[in-house]
Design a protein around this ligand. Structure first.
Ligand code: SF4
Length: 305
């Protein structure tokens, strides 16, 4: 159960996410009548603000509400079992066929790039050895241009694990994932869920910054995957949230389009995987923040299930 959070601050974070105009309770607004509706809306938007399982006012929010209250559609019903990962990342297939045909490079690149002995050895490391190995890693070309590797941050027994793409300039400088504007938005999303960085674990698909913040290649993602897989096995979260396509590729082993894969529950072993937009994308496309919120509500239902 998440600790109660200050409603004023939660409202401010939701406002930062661009969600507050949407969070008005339908039942109270309807009761308020036509004239009172505007007043009611104002009142509710300042009083509610928090993610809620109650009926909401806009069509966009209905799926989120349904997912948060009860993952109603049978095809999405979580079948959460205790995490049971093997040392090698097997079973990273979605419950349902991907809506777009996976392109070959991910799986083939993984098979080509990853040294099985290296992967097997990483799969035995404890946290300290794992982070030391990440910091010293030279397994892909990204080590040449990094300032430092960025292993991950957060609660090592978290129920939630967020996986991003890779460090940016500020992350590379500070050695922590998701700092800067995208990190601020992620913090706002966490806060809206009643979470913060002490309650989740955050890692990236690749631990070293790609030059000029370019998207990491499938080969780089594959080379770095054993680190991510070991982190997941050590954390054993109840839900994984893939933030963006590279993260989804790392977790699912295949290329997907976020816009088309949203709403499906994928699997990493026994752990459900929810895919959504990367906060950096949301900063460029604020209209999609409501969709990301739907996805997070779906993840919350899984994390608390
Ligand atoms: S990105 Fe990953 S695999 Fe590549 S050098 Fe850094 S830690 Fe090693």
């Amino acid at each position: 159960m998440n600790a109660p959070v200050d409603e004023k601050e939660r409202f401010a974070r939701l406002e930062e996410m661009g969600l507050t105009p949407l969070w008005r309770l339908r039942t109270r607004l309807q009761a308020a009548g036509e004239e009172g509706e505007a007043k009611g809306a104002h009142r509710e938007s300042s009083a509610v603000a928090a993610p809620t399982d109650q009926a909401l006012d806009t069509p966009l929010q209905k799926p989120a509400t349904a997912a948060a209250a009860s993952p109603a559609p049978a095809r999405e019903r979580p079948r959460v079992q205790p995490p049971r990962l093997s040392s090698s990342p097997v079973g990273r297939r979605p419950d349902h066929p991907p809506v777009s045909a996976p392109s070959a490079p991910s799986a083939s690149a993984s098979a080509r790039t990853v040294d099985p002995e290296r992967a097997a050895r990483i799969a035995t490391l404890d946290w300290e050895a794992l982070e030391a190995e990440i910091r010293a890693c030279t397994a892909c070309p990204l080590h040449r241009t990094r300032t430092q590797a960025v292993p991950g941050v957060g609660n090592r027994q978290a129920r939630w694990m967020f996986v991003g793409e890779g460090p940016g300039r500020e992350e590379d400088r500070r050695g922590e994932p998701f700092v800067g504007p995208a990190g601020k938005l992620l913090d706002a999303m966490l806060f809206a869920l009643g979470l913060d960085r002490t309650r989740v674990y955050i890692a990236n698909a690749v631990k070293c910054r790609p030059p000029d913040n370019r998207t990491p290649t499938p080969e780089e993602i594959a080379a770095c995957a054993p680190f991510l897989f070991r982190q997941i096995e050590l954390v054993r979260p109840k839900v994984l949230v893939a933030l963006g396509r590279p993260a989804a590729l790392a977790l699912l082993g295949e290329e997907i389009k976020i816009a088309q894969a949203r709403g499906q529950i994928f699997r990493y072993g026994d752990i459900p995987v929810v895919v959504t937009y990367h906060p950096a994308y949301l900063l460029r496309n604020p209209a999609d923040k409501a969709k990301a919120w739907e996805d997070l509500c779906r993840a919350r239902a899984l994390a608390e299930g």
